[in-house]
Design a binder for this molecule. Sequence first.
Ligand code: GDP
Ligand code: MN
Length: 380
Amino acid sequence: MDIHEYQARELLREHGIPVPPGEVATTSEQAGEIARKYGGRVVIKAQVHAGGRGKAGGVKLADGSAEARKFAEQILALEIKGLPVTKVLVAPAEEIAHEAYLGAVVDRSSGVVVLMASSEGGIDIEEVAAKTPELIYKEQVDPRYGLLAHQASRLGFKLYPGDAGRARQAAGIVRKLYDAMIDAGASLVEINPLVTTPTGELRAIDAKMNIDDNELFRRPQIEELRDSESETPAEVEARDVGLTYIELDGDVGCVVNGAGLAMATMDLVKYYGGQPANFLDIGGSSNPEKVVSALRIITADSAVKSILFNIFGGITRCDDVANGIVEASRQIEVTPPITIRLTGTNEEEAVQILESAGFSAMTDMDEAVRKAVQLAKQHE
Ligand code: GDP
Ligand code: MN
C-alpha cells in the first residue's frame, strides 16, 4: 500500500526525525490560508502516489499567500503519471545548502533490510543509482540484532565525511528511520532529499513509504491511512472481493488461479509474442462471484483485446469457474474474445456448463495461450 508524503512525514516525525511542519489543502484558497499562517516562503507539493513530482511541476516555491494560491491552483489542475492531483501539502520552505539521500528497503536478494545513503541526493538519485552506483553506500541489517550503532555511524560518516557533528545527527536519523520502517511494516522508506540548512541542521523535506500489504492486518492505524480515491477503481474492487490484481501494459487479460500459475501464464504469453494486461489471481476458493468480479475488472481495461482463463482445478473447482464465466457474460457485456483452458477437479462438468452456454474450452495450456495471443493480435 502506498501512503502520501504528508502521512509518511507524520510517521517519521513521530519517531523524532526532524521534519518541517506542513498542512494539507484540497483547494487553492485553503493553500493560501495555510501560507498566510506560516508567513514568508512556502513550498506547495502535489500529494499523489508517484515520484518525480518536482520534474513534473508538482513542487513549487511560493513567496507569500497570493503566490501560494496561484501555484496551488496550477498544481491541483495537474495529472502526474496519470494520477489527478486532489491534495497539496503546504509547508514552510527550507533554505537548502546540500541535498542527501537516505533510504531503506526490504532487499529480496539478500532477504534483509538494506539501508542506503548517498550525498548525491535530490531529484536525480535514479541517475546516480544507474550511472554511479558506487556513490550509494549500503548497510545490511541482520534481523537477529537489528540495526547496530556502528552501522548507523558508518552511514552518517559516509554522508558527511570530515563533519562529525552532521555525521552524528545523520546517524540518529538513520536509526529512527529504521525504527519507523519496522513499526509501520514498511517495505520501503525514503527521505530524498535529506537537506542541510545553511546553519548545518539536517531536515527531512520529502518522505516516501510503501507499506507491505501483509503487515496491515495487525496495524489498523496504518490501514486507516489508505486513500482509496488515489487507487484505481479496479484495484479497489479487487481488494474488496479478495482478488490479487496488478495492472500491466499489455493487451492479453489473464484470469488464473494461484500466483505461481499466474506467473507461468504471463511467461508463456510473452513466449508466444504477446503482452499480459494484468496479473490476476482468483485464489484457491471456489466462488463464482470472484470470477464475475475478475471479468468486470478486466473488461474495464480498454487495452484488453483478448481474455485468457487458465485454471488448474484443485480446491478451485472448474465447474465453479465455468458458472462464474457464464454468469458474468449475462451480467456484463464482454467484447474481447475469451479463451478458456481448464483442467482438474470437475473438468467434465465445467466443459458441459460452458458448451451449453456457447463457450468452448480446452485442456492444453500451450495451445490456449497461443490462441489468446493470436486473438489479441487480430484485434489490435
Ligand atoms: P519529488 O520530486 O517528488 O521527489 O519532490 P521533493 O519533495 O523531493 O522536491 C523536489 C525538489 O524540490 C527537492 O529536491 C528540492 O530541490 C526542491 N524543494 C522541495 N522542498 C523545498 C524547500 O522547502 N525549499 C527549497 N529551497 N527547495 C525545495
Ligand atoms: Mn523527493
